[in-house]
Design a protein around this ligand. Structure first.
Ligand SMILES: NC(=O)c1ccc[n+]([C@@H]2O[C@H](COP(=O)([O-])OP(=O)(O)OC[C@H]3O[C@@H](n4cnc5c(N)ncnc54)[C@H](OP(=O)(O)O)[C@@H]3O)[C@@H](O)[C@H]2O)c1
Length: 322
């Protein structure tokens, strides 16, 4: 089979397209014929081996996962003898970032717990946009933000992979959503249901006279003190992404008691089958749909990564494989 091989940490140009032996599923594994995958920030971390502490998980001097790729959508080709949840021919989707990666290939053998049935109303390419970005947004909004009906929510950096899901999921949870984006993305977030849009090229949300129950920092470099000022008294700030300095301030602030009653939380999403099922339901109910920016082939993965790492994608950057 054809696969992208990553043998050293570095730039997207270190990826090589090679012919390798197709995997055989172990007892509790499912062999998936991969139709599509996508690019996430987690792929960049694995590619670069940075920040350095991730090497204690990914391999100290070179990546121990030779075939990268986390998001997946495809068809079950074979199953191990202990697999109970899937049958040959099932359409599945999932996030392999906690189970050995391997999605940038024609076939991958993976743990059945990493997979769920694909949303029936999505193509394979659309479905592969959902797992990592969609579940990050879901866990941020439901578990960390604890967003409730009628709350005022601000999403800073709402036009990328995670942000476009965040707008729709916050709306599905009943929030009044304000999206902060650049001029070229105003229409996209309006079409996803944002009630208010702040164009950061024209207005500074920090200087506007509005406060929020929950703020999600997805992208952008606003200071933590601005976010604190823009929160209501018992408000919550969730650091999803953005700068490392925002992340450290969010982590250290509560220890130094500088945020008062306001909660500042940073978190890492955890892939799991239950949340894939929640996303499937939201999608099939028509409450959430993936936003796709560009699509590349397996051999074009270096170009896909060069584009993604510029940081200006509008929704998701996809890889089609079969
Ligand atoms: N916590 C977790 O578990 C987790 C999981 C996944 C991702 N993340 C993090 O979440 C962040 C977003 O990931 P992603 O995949 O959604 O990224 P992405 O798709 O690359 O985001 C790109 C989008 O961000 C917008 N943007 C860039 N700079 C901005 C600014 N200053 N203000 C507002 N918008 C801005 C861009 O539009 P313009 O350039 O036009 O503004 C573009 O639409 C990353 O930092 C990533 O590390 C965290």
């Amino acid at each position: 089979m054809k696969a992208i091989i990553s043998e050293q940490y570095g730039t997207p140009d270190t990826f090589a397209l090679r012919e390798v032996v197709a995997p055989v599923p172990k007892e509790d594994q499912v062999l998936v014929r991969v139709h599509a995958s996508s690019v996430n920030f987690g792929n960049l971390v694995l590619l670069r081996g940075k920040p350095f502490p991730v090497r204690f998980v990914f391999g100290l001097t070179k990546p121990k996962y030779n075939i990268p790729g986390g998001d997946i959508a495809g068809i079950v080709e074979a199953i191990g003898e202990n697999v109970t949840r899937f049958q040959v021919g099932d359409e599945v989707y999932g996030d392999l970032s906690s189970s050995g990666w391997g999605a940038f290939a024609e076939y991958v053998a993976t743990d059945e717990k990493a997979l769920a049935p694909k949303p029936g109303n999505l193509s394979f390419t659309e479905a592969a946009a959902v797992p990592m970005a969609g579940i990050t947004a879901l866990q941020a909004i439901r578990d960390k933000g604890m967003v409730k009906d009628g709350q005022k929510v601000l999403i800073h950096g709402a036009s990328g992979g995670v942000g476009t899901f965040a707008v729709q999921i916050a709306k599905a949870f009943g929030a009044e959503v304000t999206a902060v984006v650049s001029t070229r993305n105003v229409d996209i977030v309006k079409s996803l249901g944002a009630d208010h849009v702040i164009d950061y090229k024209k207005e500074d949300f920090g200087s506007l006279d509005r406060t929020y129950d929950v703020i999600f920092g997805v992208n952008g470099s606003q200071s933590i003190s601005t976010y604190k000022r823009k929160l209501k008294e018992n408000g919550r700030f969730i650091h999803v992404g953005g700068s490392e300095s925002q992340m450290y301030q969010t982590m250290l602030g509560p220890l130094l008691s500088v945020f008062g009653k306001k909660k500042f939380i940073t978190f890492l999403q955890r892939a799991n089958q239950q949340d894939l099922l929640v996303m499937k339901e939201l999608i099939e109910e028509g409450k959430v749909k993936p936003v796709i920016d560009r699509t590349y082939s397996l051999s074009e993965i270096p170009q896909a990564f060069h584009y993604f790492q510029e940081g200006h994608s509008q929704g998701k950057v996809m890889i089609t494989i079969h």
